[in-house]
Design a protein around this ligand. Structure first.
Ligand SMILES: [Zn+2]
Length: 110
């Protein structure tokens, strides 16, 4: 026995692809894709959505509910050091340019 989920895309069953066709002549349907759980899709969106389109459609349809799970009422910040360095091109040693290096500063240590 294998575990599976039906794709959660709200219009998955309306997409015109041959793999979704089920039933006998005269009573055919387009059916939501069945996703078998495997090593690659377990605990990822691909265990619940057959495509990026179905994932996006679900997010659009349920945006308010999804945001309500963990609303962000203020900006988050990551402490960083920003250093501008002059760098010599790897392909042309006569060419230099400025590079901005951003390094995370971990204030939790010490
Ligand atoms: Zn789908």
């Amino acid at each position: 026995m294998s575990n599976y989920n039906w794709c959660h895309g709200p219009t998955c069953h309306e997409q015109h692809t041959q793999d979704r066709i089920r039933g006998v002549k005269g009573s055919k349907v387009l059916r939501t894709r069945k996703l078998r759980e495997n090593y690659y899709n377990q605990r990822s969106i691909w265990g619940y959505f057959c495509s990026m389109g179905c994932y996006n459609d679900f997010a659009k349809e349920h945006m308010a509910d999804i945001i309500a799970i963990a609303p962000r009422t203020e900006a988050l910040e990551t402490p960083v050091d920003v250093v501008k360095e002059k760098v010599t091109s790897r392909w042309n040693s006569n060419h230099t340019y400025m590079e901005t290096k951003i390094t995370r500063v971990d204030n939790d240590i010490g």
